[in-house]
Ligand binder design. Structure first.
Ligand code: HEC
Ligand code: HEC
Ligand code: HEC
Ligand code: HEC
Ligand code: HEC
Ligand code: HEC
Ligand code: HEC
Ligand code: HEC
Length: 423
């Protein structure tokens, strides 16, 4: 056997059948086997290599060597669509496709350093899963002359293995769905679902023992159109029937800038609609809920499933009660002139979508209560992690509320003291 045949043998042993690259890619593979060997060996492991889809099919043929690397095309979903129209169409209708647009729609988005957005080191690192506007509109790409990270389709089955097995594991979602405001990975990992999956992988349970992954519930039958009923912000239209919950969600919509302080819709509502931030009809919401129930019914009785999901809704309702109370306290500070609206605020009313760029400590607390603790409470309930729902969610919200109340009282005391001090 010649040494040249070794990669082919290795590929066969690893389960991929190796064919030599198609003509257009022979030079690419040969040269890159030296310049970027990891890319070539990953590609050799891929299904693409086995079916003769190679470098030139995705990157074109204009670049021929080190000197003209910028001529290599960097593929996005449109490139994959040539051969995978079904998945691309599903993705285009998903929340993922809107990720870049939703990020840019935030009122204080432009306060973030470009390296963290365009440069993909912060917000942009995760939101690049969305469809992006051309590089020539983006500061960092203009500067470096290269538009990396437009791939989107390499978010779950990463380049250049593009492995469907990788994409089916919950870890494929982990780098983004974790942390501060969307700790779904940690919740799943702590839930019986995640534990069962882990034990199956460790061999403590048979490989066929049932254990749902993120994909079992969110990408049924490989559907790339991910979307949920409540979504990230946990609001929807029409508002809930329950009068107290309706009032509380109205308060929350004011603090999201979707309604003005008097309750009238603002122009931001159009942004919310465009980025599909909330389901806008009962039918739309119910369709997502029904889709979820189908997933659960694979392993649970329908009555069990419905009651569990209802408890998720009820947890959100309880969390909204605390949230609305806190928003009202901070709104009172605006009404009394103790807080003044910042440059990015249209109304004298708290806005939790200003993130960490809110103007005062009491509003930063309100932001954490909304973005970190309310999220943990209801997302933890839906993902069956009692620790997130209670200790990291509900319990923290109670503490936030006490501190916000104390801070508001403090601001009033200072004002009253100043008034008394005046001659
Ligand atoms: C003679 C060697 C050689 C050949 C042939 C070659 N490349 Fe490259 N290619 C390189 C080198 C070296 C770089 C890295 C340049 C750098 O350091 O930025 C590169 C970079 C790239 C990049 C990254 C571009 C970027 O902006 O970072 C892609 C994609 C690429 N090559 C694909 C291909 C494809 C597809 C072919 C065949 C059509 C090919 N290469 C042929 C040497 C080669
Ligand atoms: C199925 C499509 C596909 C094939 C086939 C493919 N690539 Fe890529 N490649 C991508 C995608 C997607 C990216 C990421 C683009 C981005 O970041 O915007 C990428 C990025 C790259 C980069 C730059 C990023 C980095 O990690 O350095 C290089 C170099 C590269 N490919 C080389 C190759 C070579 C060499 C081959 C053939 C052995 C190849 N590609 C085959 C889709 C492909
Ligand atoms: C020129 C056609 C072509 C292009 C372009 C292409 N693919 Fe493929 N892809 C295929 C074929 C053919 C298969 C094998 C299908 C099969 O196994 O029946 C495949 C298989 C796959 C698989 C399944 C791999 C597995 O482990 O079974 C994934 C995932 C995939 N492609 C993703 C992508 C992505 C993402 C892009 C764009 C960056 C892309 N492909 C671009 C033709 C293409
Ligand atoms: C670690 C990855 C990550 C980072 C960093 C990140 N996000 Fe996100 N973002 C996500 C994920 C994942 C979701 C979806 C969460 C969910 O639905 O529970 C999301 C949701 C959102 C949404 C809600 C979209 C909607 O339509 O419901 C907005 C807006 C948003 N992020 C903006 C930002 C901004 C602005 C930044 C930077 C200040 C940022 N994100 C940083 C991963 C990230
Ligand atoms: C959120 C993660 C994620 C993203 C983003 C994603 N995929 Fe997938 N992809 C998956 C999962 C999970 C599977 C396996 C589905 C299954 O169980 O069969 C898969 C499977 C595939 C397959 C193999 C289908 C088959 O039946 O063998 C192709 C082809 C594919 N994806 C293409 C794409 C393309 C093109 C894009 C970009 C539009 C994309 N994917 C984006 C997660 C993702
Ligand atoms: C057993 C099923 C199941 C599993 C496993 C699961 N989820 Fe969920 N997920 C749900 C349900 C139920 C909801 C709430 C749906 C609704 O709004 O009606 C949800 C909601 C979400 C949301 C929207 C915001 C939120 O948290 O309410 C995201 C994002 C999400 N899940 C991501 C993930 C990720 C990532 C994983 C894996 C780490 C995962 N999920 C595992 C069932 C599941
Ligand atoms: C590269 C980062 C990234 C990866 C990987 C990723 N996601 Fe997401 N996901 C996001 C972002 C960002 C959003 C918010 C999209 C928006 O703003 O429109 C999101 C939104 C979602 C939503 C929609 C929630 C809603 O608002 O209804 C679901 C469900 C979801 N992701 C599930 C998954 C699953 C399951 C996986 C793994 C198979 C996964 N995601 C992989 C970044 C990612
Ligand atoms: C692939 C199978 C599978 C799917 C799909 C699935 N589960 Fe489970 N679920 C299990 C297993 C296995 C357990 C652990 C067994 C146990 O706790 O008795 C479990 C446990 C639970 C528990 C904890 C039960 C308890 O008695 O402590 C809840 C709650 C739950 N699942 C709800 C759901 C909901 C809601 C869905 C859909 C959103 C869902 N499951 C989807 C298999 C599944």
């Amino acid at each position: 056997m010649t040494t040249a045949a070794l990669p082919a043998v290795a590929a066969l042993l690893l389960g991929a059948s190796f064919t030599s690259p198609p003509k257009a890619s022979v030079a690419c593979v040969e040269c890159h086997a030296t310049s970027t060997p990891g890319i070539v060996s990953d590609w050799r492991l891929s299904r693409h290599a086995a079916v003769s889809v190679a470098c030139a099919d995705c990157h074109g043929t204009e670049h021929k060597g080190a000197a003209d690397a910028a001529k290599a095309r960097l593929p996005g979903p449109d490139t994959c669509a040539r051969c995978h129209a079904t998945q691309v169409k599903q993705y285009q209708g998903s929340k993922h496709a809107l990720a870049w647009a939703a990020m840019m729609a935030m009122p204080t988005f432009h306060y973030q350093p470009a390296v963290l957005t365009d440069g993909l080191k912060g917000c942009g690192g995760c939101h690049a899963i969305g469809l992006r506007e051309p590089a020539d509109q983006r500061a960092i790409s203009r500067e470096s002359g290269r538009d990396y990270g437009a791939g989107s389709c390499d978010s779950c089955h990463t380049r250049h293995t593009f492995s469907v097995k990788e994409a089916r594991e919950p870890q494929a979602c982990k780098s983004c769905h974790m942390g501060f405001d969307h700790a779904q990975w940690e919740m799943y990992d702590a839930s019986k679902h995640g534990v069962r999956h882990e034990l199956v992988k460790l061999g403590a349970l048979p490989s066929t023992a049932s254990a749902p992954t993120c994909q079992t519930c969110h990408m049924q039958k490989g559907d790339h159109g991910v979307m949920t009923g409540w979504g990230f912000l946990g609001v929807r239209l029409p508002l809930p029937d329950d009068p107290q919950w309706k009032a509380d969600q109205t308060t929350i919509l004011k603090a999201l800038g979707v309604l003005d302080p008097s309750g009238k819709p603002t122009t931001f509502l159009e942004v919310v609609k465009g980025a599909k931030v909330a389901r806008l009809t009962n039918e739309e919401w119910q369709a997502q809920r029904d889709r979820m129930i189908v997933a659960c019914k694979e392993c649970h009785a329908e009555g069990f499933v419905r009651s569990q999901l209802k408890r998720g809704d009820q947890t959100l309702r309880e969390a909204d009660r605390l949230m609305a109370e806190a928003i009202e306290i901070v709104a009172g500070l605006y009404r009394d002139g103790l807080l003044k609206k910042g440059k990015e605020q249209r109304f004298d009313y708290p806005n939790v979508l200003q993130f960490h760029d809110s103007g005062s400590p009491v509003e930063l607390r309100l932001f954490a209560m909304f973005m970190e603790h309310r999220m943990k409470a209801f997302q933890g309930a839906f993902h069956n992690s009692p620790d997130h729902a209670l200790w990291q969610g509900w319990s923290e919200m109670k503490r936030d509320l006490v501190e916000i109340r104390a801070a508001a009282a403090g601001l009033r005391r200072v004002r009253d003291g100043e008034r008394r001090a005046k001659p």
